[in-house]
Design a protein around this ligand. Sequence first.
Ligand code: ZN
Length: 342
Amino acid sequence: MRWAVAHFGQKVAGSPLNCLVLCLLRHFARRSPAKGERRGASRTSILGAAWVDDLGLCKIVKYHGKCDGLEGGCPVCEEFVEEGRKSQNYFIWLCRQLGIGLAEEKHQWLAQKLEYAGFLYDTVRGLLLILDPKLEKVVSCLREWASAMMVTSRELDSVRGRIIHYSLCIKHIRILATEITWLIGTEEEPAYDEKLQVTDEMRELARELEEVVQLYAPQGRDLWPAVPSSLYGGFLRGETGHGVAVATWDSGPHGWAALWKWWECKSGNKVLEERLLIGTWPAGSDVSEQVHREGLGGCLMLEAMAHDKDLTGWLVILRNDAESALTAFRKGSSRSRISPTV
Ligand SMILES: [Zn+2]
């Protein structure tokens, strides 16, 4: 879809184009409810999302358990196909009426899997996966980096950008993208295009990235990940199943303490198990700053928990009062050099 409005460049939020697209989305969501139906939640509602001028529209099927979708011939999913086709035709009809040109060759028709921005959205399995040609591209640029003698910051930055983008669908690579940041330095440097020697440390990072990418790409990531606060509420109410734990820790100048909890099934009853862990700092640790203390404390806590129990595949909710330490666990720390080495 192309609109005759000011060019939007990089700053798309709030652009005229975006305002118009949002009006369309609002209309689709709220249009003509039948008697007794609520506006915005009727059979004719089409929910959607937009990225600049790309639109994704969806129909929500009746809630039912895990199924194999349309491909597997699920009758409940099948029920909604006709409704979906009607919505799709309405969208095309309306755009014609409004004089909005659609790039028909780029359309993806009614389906439960769609491709966008290098990702495969698998709504039946609830997974976000990298598309094969994009995976090949990521792997080949990492190999190129590992085998090159020289590299510029600009080239490293493009690898980093790619890794951050695909970290949405490949687990455990986001934190490694932060390590590339340390190799690049700040972008304002005039040396952005100067050739740098590829060091052993860089090669090691490129190899590690490739290994992690190859290992975790096929698994994908959750399309609808749990909201931490809701998951925690569910945990407290005993609604989460096996494989979810909550770990709360705090650190001080002399050491750290943590309490971690999980539900265990004992002779048919769910029992909340808990363990208190206390430790001192290993000799030579830099614990003068709070964020470093909490970061190191969190690592030592996780190590001690793993001694207690095999946590492979577990989801652990981390609770701590230093936000930057929690952020460092999620995506590495680009401000402080100590956190990534922790
Ligand atoms: Zn189904």
